[in-house]
Design a protein around this ligand. Structure first.
Ligand SMILES: [Zn+2]
Length: 374
């Protein structure tokens, strides 16, 4: 029987999507998230399926196929991560910093720009073009590093591991005794509170401040920012570790609400499409690709378009959908983000146009009451 990867407690079903899709692959899987009855950790047990592992392994090899961002990517997420890390980077000359899962090296580039004397190194299995950021192109193996680092960075990495305790033990091994660990994960508290499309196949562990502290045995948090991402800096400690038990009842209720909202919203979209409405995806990044693969299955005859002020092409590159020039009154506009701050901004920008806006997962139609909002 599968137990909680953080505390070995027992798991109970919390959320499921029988036809979940990957952003960049055609395969579908039954996504199952379970909650630990003891510590409240939410964990995607469907990620333990051998089929899941096979698909993900293939996915990492083609990770850069849909990359449309400039290098280095100076988006708010990277800049906030950079600034928080800089606050804790030792002032002494030539500190060393390792980023595990460094992708193309955007964050390392930005850090080096701000602290040229910092020795940065990345580890990432993806085969990206050389951008001048020193990177070990392989999976992380603590045995490969002879010296230890002043800072280790895990930016949107921890949520992908099925065995986080073993991975974090390896991280601890390469971190200096007075070193700092920067961790950045999707914030479960925000996913549940704002009912956003947060449970996705490519994320295995869903952390909040409580379960992150539980996972980081031998560390104490010294800095934390809570937004759609949970950003925190930890330092090694010898103090005894045992965050209290919490249970799963609150999380189970919020997961059930999210599942209900999702199904109701999708049914409303189906209804609008049946009456001739077009689907317009607002924003063409990861969540768009996930949603379009799913909606294409549910509503194969729907006319689908996209709109994105930050993307110049007349057709988006993955499915070849055409740009929506002018919105029509019966268009169903799906706001493609799982960041509630981004969703708020999208919603403000489209307010007052009389459009049927769908915020995953909360339909917003002036003519239809919203189902079950907080
Ligand atoms: Zn647990």
């Amino acid at each position: 029987m599968t137990t909680c990867p953080l505390c070995d407690g027992s798991l109970r079903p919390a959320y499921r999507n029988p036809h979940a899709t990957f952003a960049d692959r055609e395969e579908r899987l039954h996504l199952v998230v379970e909650a630990c009855a003891d510590c409240g950790f939410l964990f995607q047990t469907s990620a333990l399926d051998p089929e899941y592992r096979r698909i993900m392994r293939a996915g990492y090899e083609t990770y850069y196929g849909h990359d449309i961002f400039d290098f280095p990517r100076r988006d708010a997420e990277n800049l906030k991560a950079r600034d928080m890390i800089l606050r804790h980077l030792p002032a002494r000359p030539m500190p060393s910093l390792l980023e595990i899962g460094s992708n193309k090296g955007d964050l390392l580039y930005l850090l080096k720009e701000a602290r040229p004397d910092c020795n940065v190194l990345g580890v990432d299995p993806g085969q990206a073009d050389d951008r001048g950021v020193p990177t070990v192109r392989d999976h992380f193996d603590p045995e490969r590093f002879a010296s230890r680092f002043d800072v280790v960075v895990l930016k949107h990495i921890l949520e992908h591991f099925t065995a986080p305790r073993a991975f974090l033990a390896g991280v601890k091994q390469v971190l200096a005794d007075d070193g700092f660990l920067y961790v950045d994960v999707p914030n479960l508290e925000w996913i549940l509170r704002d009912a956003t499309e947060g449970f996705v196949l490519h994320h295995v562990g869903y952390y909040d401040a409580h379960t992150l502290a539980l996972a980081l045995e031998g560390f104490e948090a010294v800095d934390m920012e809570q937004e759609a991402s949970l950003r925190a800096v930890f330092r090694k400690t010898r103090a005894p570790h045992r965050p209290g038990a919490r249970g799963a009842s609150e999380a189970l209720g919020l997961c059930a609400r999210l599942e209900r909202n999702r199904e109701q919203a999708l049914r409303q979209v189906e209804d609008m499409v049946r009456r001739g409405g077009r689907i317009v995806y607002f924003g063409v990044y990861t969540i768009f690709r996930l949603l379009h693969r799913e909606l294409r299955r549910r509503m194969p005859s729907a006319v689908c378009l996209f709109h994105d002020d930050n993307f110049a092409g007349e057709r988006e590159p993955v499915f070849g959908l055409e740009r929506c020039g002018d919105f029509r009154e019966d268009d169903v506009v799906i706001l493609c983000s799982n960041n509630s701050q981004t969703l708020d901004a999208m919603e403000r920008g489209l307010a007052g146009k009389g459009l049927f806006l769908v915020r995953p997962w909360r339909p917003l139609n002036p003519a239809t009451p919203s189902p079950d909002t907080p």
